[in-house]
Design a protein around this ligand. Structure first.
Ligand SMILES: Cc1cc2nc3c(=O)[nH]c(=O)nc-3n(C[C@H](O)[C@H](O)[C@H](O)COP(=O)(O)OP(=O)(O)OC[C@H]3O[C@@H](n4cnc5c(N)ncnc54)[C@H](O)[C@@H]3O)c2cc1C
Length: 429
């Protein structure tokens, strides 16, 4: 297996994701820590609102966290299930909040098309394939989606098998408005766009300390300092170690991905569709074909990171169950990435103290939600500066606070919950 860490990184030149590291003192209106989708979109959201001199500090490379190593599914929704969202927010606000994520899917697509971003977009929807024999899971979910104003098409088993051929599945729901892409190429483009619009991105520049200044904040890296009015922490599951409350509020959870060799006809035989696929279990598989005829396969969640060969061994077993004909496919890349989860499974966006903001906990539904966060948090900063009241969406999200995840006990609870859900999935089937 290749020593290269991810398929994505192996297909992106250094120049797209590496920048100079910060040296000396720089001044900015806003400093954003973390160049994942949350940080990059917040920076862009601020620029769109007239604050062009934004500085983004990244510990490694642009998109080196979850954003540049994920499954590449661009779809609506939060990690929190729709029924819970409705119960907690009421139907009207739940529709509004869910709508922010589907609007983000559309905005990402429009941005890719308008700017001609080379990021291997495949605009062919996402299939939610039923692992269980009982179809009620599909009908129930379709009804809840409908109540939110979202149409997921029901596909019979025959229709589903035209797109994905596995004995494991029956019928499915099809989210037509979703798509998939190469997330690292896209993240790299966002970094370049920030610079094009007057911002600065520094990589290999871990923030090591933040400090309240007379007016605003000072961020220290090993060789430099950023002086800013507002400071945003957006470090996801790659905990920054800068504020104990912020780190305590998220649980880093690993999930695994592998990419096979190019498979040609063998792949066409099982996955003729361009659509991305995941299934109805709690512990679902997710996969899609890549533009070079490889299969990207992801799954499992754990509190443990694993080596590439361990990831590959685990995921191969899952692949074999679904597509036995690919049992001997060579695996060229395997990796894990860290998602950030809050106990309430919703994003955490907040002003912690005067001018210190946080945006994290996007879980496994982070591509669209981080884009929505970019808009909401940038708008919140601008409104606070102008003394204008916050939007209803912002206020609705404020109820999801930064309560502690009680590590290390929270880790044990999360792992036990995963095993319980996995067991229930097995019984149900
Ligand atoms: C394997 C995997 C598959 C996934 N699949 C999907 C999917 O298909 N679709 C979907 O919607 N979501 C998916 N997700 C979730 C999604 O990728 C994340 O929710 C989202 O990318 C989070 O973005 P972020 O910016 O909050 O965090 P990240 O992308 O993790 O970015 C945080 C950044 O902060 C940097 N950082 C940390 N500390 C410091 C510091 N002190 N100084 C400077 N920088 C620092 C890190 O290096 C990192 O680059 C997946 C996640 C994983 C891990």
């Amino acid at each position: 297996m290749s020593e290269l860490p991810t398929y994505y990184r192996a297909t992106v030149p250094d120049s797209l994701v590496q920048r100079a590291s910060l040296r000396g003192d720089v001044h900015a209106s806003v400093c954003v820590i973390g160049a994942g989708f949350a940080g990059l979109n917040i920076a862009l959201g601020l620029q769109q609102r007239g604050l062009s001199d934004v500085v983004v500090l990244e510990k490694n490379e642009i998109g080196s966290g979850a954003s540049g190593r994920n499954g590449g599914f661009v779809f609506g929704g939060f990690s929190l299930g729709e029924e819970s969202l409705i119960r907690q927010q009421g139907m009207a606000l739940a529709r509004e909040l869910y709508g922010l994520t589907t609007a983000s899917v559309r905005r990402i697509r429009e941005r890719i098309l308008a700017r001609g971003i080379d990021c291997d977009m495949v605009d062919a929807g996402v299939i939610w394939a039923n692992w269980f024999t009982d179809d009620s899971v599909l009908h129930d979910r379709a009804a809840v989606m409908k109540s939110l104003g979202i149409n997921w098409e029901y596909w019979s088993a025959t229709e589903t098998s035209k797109h994905v051929r596995s004995d494991r599945y029956g019928a499915s729901l099809f989210e037509r408005d979703a798509f998939h892409f190469h997330p690292l190429k896209y993240a790299a483009h966002l970094g370049a766009l920030i610079e094009e619009q007057g911002g600065q991105v520094f990589t290999d520049s871990p923030a090591v300390r933040i400090e309240r200044a007379v007016s605003g904040w000072i961020v220290e890296t090993e060789q430099g300092r950023v002086h800013c009015e507002d400071l945003v922490l957006s470090c996801g599951g790659y905990l920054a170690g800068l504020d104990a409350t912020v780190d305590a509020a998220v649980m880093p959870i690993a999930t695994y991905v592998m990419v096979t060799e190019p498979l040609g006809e063998a792949l066409n035989a099982v996955l003729p569709s361009g659509a991305a696929v995941y299934d109805t279990r709690f512990a679902f598989d997710y996969y899609r074909r890549l533009v070079d005829d490889r299969l990207l396969w992801g799954g499992r969640i754990s509190i443990k990171g694993r080596s590439p060969s361990q990831v590959s061994d685990l995921l191969r077993k899952d692949l074999r169950k679904v597509f036995p004909s690919l049992a001997d496919a060579r695996v060229d890349y395997a990796w894990n990435g860290w998602m950030s989860y809050a106990a309430h499974q919703m994003p955490q966006m907040k002003q912690l103290r005067d001018g210190l903001w946080v945006a994290q906990a996007f879980g496994g539904h982070g591509v669209a939600t981080t884009h929505a966060a970019g808009e909401l948090l940038a708008e919140a900063i601008v409104r606070t500066r102008r003394g204008v009241a916050m939007s209803d969406d912002w206020n609705a999200l404020q109820r999801y606070g930064l309560s502690s995840t009680h590590k290390p006990f929270g880790f044990i609870a999360a792992q036990l919950e995963y095993w319980r859900a996995e067991f229930m999935d097995a019984i149900r089937r």
